[in-house]
Design a protein. Structure first.
Length: 212
């Protein structure tokens, strides 16, 4: 495999870009600190900066994800933004929380979950019109999550936090890794789960998780 070549994005200056999301085909979105948001129509060869909500909007974008035809951004200060035209224009969605969101997952049956600091999880089944605060027995931050092929939802966070839902995000069972090291992301692979975080990238064995 040939290594990729760096692409200069001059408008980003010295500020950090924190993530990139595939929008399908050759379209991508990149986002990060101080309201940075760029789109590419040519597989990442060139990038165009776009405005999210307003030109004065300088909140750091943590995650960008697709849910059917809609695109969502989550950020600090409880900020949620939604695009219905592939990221060309954005509207701010009324948030159920004023703390930082660090991620989100699109579950089955039109359900979305957003999560972040202090173990907060919020669930919506009506595109963000209303939100349900999911009660959970931790105040440790969630950083990442995924929906497994069998429909289970797994969220991971600081200090080895792992929470699983078997009812499409209505409730979660909290468990902990004995290593106690933070997880930033989780993904399903054949035969199990892979986590990335303070201990690098490794397989996660659910049998080693403790309930407290």
């Amino acid at each position: 495999m040939r290594p990729g070549r760096p692409v200069a994005v001059e408008e980003a200056g010295l500020d950090s870009l924190l993530g990139v999301t595939s929008l399908g085909g050759n379209r991508f979105a990149a986002y990060g600190a101080f309201g940075l948001y760029f789109t590419s129509e040519d597989g990442g060869a060139t990038w165009e900066r776009r405005t999210v909500i307003s030109e004065e909007f300088e909140i750091t974008f943590r995650r960008c994800w697709l849910r059917t035809a809609w695109l969502w951004l989550v950020s600090e200060y409880g900020t949620l933004a939604r695009s219905e035209d592939g990221g060309l224009t954005w509207v701010e969605v009324e948030s159920p929380y004023d703390g930082s969101f660090f991620g989100a997952v699109a579950a089955r049956e039109g359900v979305l979950l957003v999560f972040g600091m202090r173990g907060k999880i919020f669930r919506t089944a009506d595109n963000g019109a209303t939100w349900q605060n999911i009660a959970i027995e931790t105040t440790t931050a969630f950083n990442g999550g995924t929906v497994l092929s069998d429909g289970r939802i797994v969220l991971v966070g600081n200090s080895g936090l792992v929470a699983e839902s078997t009812d499409n995000g209505a409730t979660f069972q909290v468990k902990w890794s004995s290593a106690g090291r933070g997880f930033a992301a989780v993904a399903e692979v054949p035969g199990g789960l892979v986590v990335a975080g303070e201990s690098g990238v490794r397989l996660l064995d659910p049998s080693t998780l403790a309930s407290n």
